[in-house]
Design a protein around this ligand. Sequence first.
Ligand SMILES: *[C@@H]1O[C@H](CO)[C@@H](O)[C@H](O)[C@H]1NC(C)=O
Ligand SMILES: *[C@@H]1O[C@H](CO)[C@@H](O)[C@H](O)[C@H]1NC(C)=O
Ligand SMILES: *[C@@H]1O[C@H](CO)[C@@H](O)[C@H](O)[C@H]1NC(C)=O
Ligand SMILES: *[C@@H]1O[C@H](CO)[C@@H](O)[C@H](O)[C@H]1NC(C)=O
Length: 332
Amino acid sequence: MLLLVLALLAVLFPAGDTQDAFPEPISYYVTQSSSFFNSTWAQNQASGWLGDIQIDGWNSDSGTIIFRKTWSKGNFSNDEILEMEELFRLYFLGFVKEVQELVSDFQLEYPFEIQGIAGCELHSGGAIVSFLMGAIEGLHFMSINNYSCLPAPEGGTRAQKFCALILQYKGICDIVENLLTKVCPRYLMSVLEAGKAALQKHVKPEAWLSQGPSPEPGYLQLVCHVSGFYPKPVWVMWMRGEQEQPETQRGDVLPNPDDTWYLRATLDVVAKEATGLSCRVKHSSLGGQDIILYWGNSSIGWIILAVFVSCLIVLLFYVLWFYKHWSYQDIL
Ligand SMILES: *[C@@H]1O[C@H](CO)[C@@H](O)[C@H](O)[C@H]1NC(C)=O
Ligand SMILES: *[C@@H]1O[C@H](CO)[C@@H](O)[C@H](O)[C@H]1NC(C)=O
Ligand SMILES: *[C@@H]1O[C@H](CO)[C@@H](O)[C@H](O)[C@H]1NC(C)=O
Ligand SMILES: *[C@@H]1O[C@H](CO)[C@@H](O)[C@H](O)[C@H]1NC(C)=O
């Protein structure tokens, strides 16, 4: 059962900052990360992603797929899912066993990690392109492209040897090809259909300001937090009037547990120059009504003002009452 899955292996190219992962092209892919600690101990992790949303996971204790969304099964029947689970169980067992046997052949040294990514991508014209890549210790090793195994230049002779070896396992190659070119496209299309409402939602961000640690004496770090938005693309900038502040530093767009996103944008400024700055947020959910938050005329200021004004009113009434009372007494 060898490399059955060796082929499947692949690595994870960290998708980096997938700023514009949506809307097109959109892909479904499975990432695998296998850690080999010593000659008898290895651990597999796998997860399935639709664009930047994790929709499936792998429970390696029970050998079952975890469906993280109500729509993650697409239109796959329970029997088909049981079949896939069986295939993945065999794959992970076979993968670990084969890698452990090939350790000396491939001059690997414990501990090491193998990563893989495999999936298919829907392009705007409707074409679906499949891909599979493998990496050892984060270094690109091989990929499968147009039905052939391509050793990565970084993979050296090891990768060439691997690609030559895998060709001898016709059965495994057929299974992998079927998964990549038939099962994956069907799953991708059906899950896009089933999850349409969730995928096409637009959720408005909330934004708030805070002060970060002072970068140096006399300076302030202004922090603009933007949270709870979907989809991922967002524009956040510190402004002075209509002027963008190019020193604005954007953090990574981070996931919230509810499939929305969080981003912070910071600006270091001389303390005296902070007033008049504002944080501006543009997002598809806002329909052109940008969020603008001003630094300086903060809500604290408004609360103090409100309290002050109410005190004044109470005082005024009191004075009036007192005056009236006084006047009545005068009359009496
Ligand atoms: C592998 O590591 C595990 C956990 O540390 C240990 O129990 C086991 O004996 C090790 N096996 C070998 C062959 O070193
Ligand atoms: C894919 O392989 C086929 C046959 O090996 C070849 O005719 C075709 O040009 C290749 N396509 C690309 C994009 O490399
Ligand atoms: C599942 O959905 C895909 C894509 O929408 C479609 O091509 C396929 O025929 C469907 N299969 C079943 C069994 O409904
Ligand atoms: C805060 O101040 C800016 C300019 O200093 C002003 O344009 C804006 O309207 C003020 N915001 C509020 C809520 O008063």
